[in-house]
Design a protein around this ligand. Structure first.
Ligand code: ADP
Length: 386
């Protein structure tokens, strides 16, 4: 039988804050509980950041002992009034999960995490699955790393996490340093700063991730954003699930996203979904950096080009919606083979699509540069002070 919120609350009542000697429920530290199919997510607002590891361990152990519980995600936030000086030592370069400006009057809306060390966050979305969104996200991250940037990649596609395959991670599980998750590091020829990668697919068994309901993903996504040792990054690329849902909402609520790249194939049925995705991001307050037309056309071995899905459709859509066009990527068998083999760097060396991918990376970065250079002075100052 599925575990209920009431059962979870009862367990949390048995856990005391190590400094205040009262239980977490009585202290009003539990801000949100979600349970679905054996997965539990709990948001806890700590009184003292130094207690984070102890409280998280305690909650995880206690809830895992409930019958029918598979995974427990504990997300910790810290109110602005918390004693910062007493904070537990963080690994060098780890991002802050500290939350300025949070008020006890708004417990329903968790504060945005301050990603001090991450300059830009790029969301990659699509209207529907199978259009090559994860492929574009992974190649965008690799292309930026090849251009000399320090880059992180989060695979937040709960319905089909494919980054472990695309990046050649296999079934490896990420490590943990104190209470921070350590991302995988991908290096290779032409990459000065290894690309840091973490996938929701590496954190839960493959068959289980697929049965998640949107709301359950909230906790896991927050954890991937704020409790991973990202260090200093120029770009953090986030591969979102297709369509419109809770993961995108969590992303928008948790961090300040620089902008979203929308991936679409050119045929009309796919474009209708892509338009919806654009509007959803805009409603969430996430700017659209532009549209990538993937699987734009196919070049046969004799060099003849075939417009299988109606080349130019996504470009037209971008034009009609007043969005930037970030380029067309042809169907290239080498891209598919390199992706299945976990060798994304080869797409930039050997594939026919390589120059198109490099151009897509260049255009995306240009869109970010435009936004950063035209950002109001006040906002820039906020960023420095915070
Ligand atoms: P999504 O994330 O939108 O579900 P994927 O990125 O997983 O889609 O891509 C679906 C399949 O299409 C994968 O096998 C991938 O290798 C392949 N693919 C994506 N883009 C291209 C391309 N431009 N050329 C050839 N194959 C591609």
């Amino acid at each position: 039988m599925a575990v209920t919120e009431e059962q979870i609350t009862e367990v949390l009542r048995t856990i005391q804050d190590p400094e205040l000697y009262k239980d977490l429920v009585t202290l009003n530290m539990i801000k949100r509980i979600r349970a679905c199919e054996g997965n539990i997510s709990v948001d806890v607002e700590l009184r003292n950041p130094a207690t984070r590891g102890a409280i998280r361990d305690h909650i995880e152990r206690a809830l895992r002992s409930l019958p029918g519980v598979d995974e427990v995600f504990v997300n910790t936030t810290i109110p602005a009034s918390a004693p910062v000086a007493a904070a537990a030592p963080r690994p060098a370069g780890a991002p802050h999960a500290h939350a300025p400006g949070h008020s006890h009057n708004q417990p329903q809306q968790p504060p945005k995490a301050e990603m001090k060390n991450i300059k830009n966050i790029i969301a990659v979305g699509a209207g529907k699955g199978g259009v090559g969104k994860s492929t574009i996200a992974a190649n965008l991250a690799v292309g930026l790393a090849l251009a000399g940037r320090s880059v992180g990649l989060i695979d937040a596609d709960i319905y089909g996490p494919s980054v472990p395959t695309l990046m050649g991670l296999g079934d490896l599980a990420p490590g943990v340093n104190v209470d921070m998750i350590v991302p995988f590091q991908i290096g290779g020829e032409g990459i000065a700063t290894p690309l840091k990668v973490i996938s929701i697919g590496s954190m839960v068994p493959k068959d289980r991730a697929l049965i998640w309901r949107g709301p359950m993903a909230h906790g896991a996504v927050r954890q991937l954003l704020t409790q991973v040792e990202w260090g200093e990054l120029d770009y953090l690329v986030v591969d979102l699930p297709p369509g419109t849902g809770d993961v995108s909402l969590t992303l928008a609520q948790t961090v300040s996203v620089t902008g979203a790249v929308i991936v679409a194939t050119p045929q009309e049925v796919a474009l209708a979904d892509a338009r919806r995705a654009v509007r959803m991001f805009q409603q969430l307050g996430i700017e659209i950096l532009g549209v990538v037309e993937n699987m734009s056309y196919f070049v046969c071995e004799h060099g003849k080009e075939y417009d299988i899905f109606g080349r130019g459709g996504a470009q037209l859509m971008a034009q009609q919606m007043g969005l930037a066009f970030l380029g067309e990527i042809p169907i290239d068998m080498a891209v598919r083979i390199n992706s299945d083999a976990g060798k994304p760097l080869d797409n930039f060396a050997k594939a026919a699509a390589s120059k198109h991918l490099a151009e897509m990376v260049r255009l995306t970065e240009a869109q970010i540069d435009i936004r950063n250079s035209t950002r109001p002075v006040a906002k820039k100052m906020d960023l420095r002070i915070s």
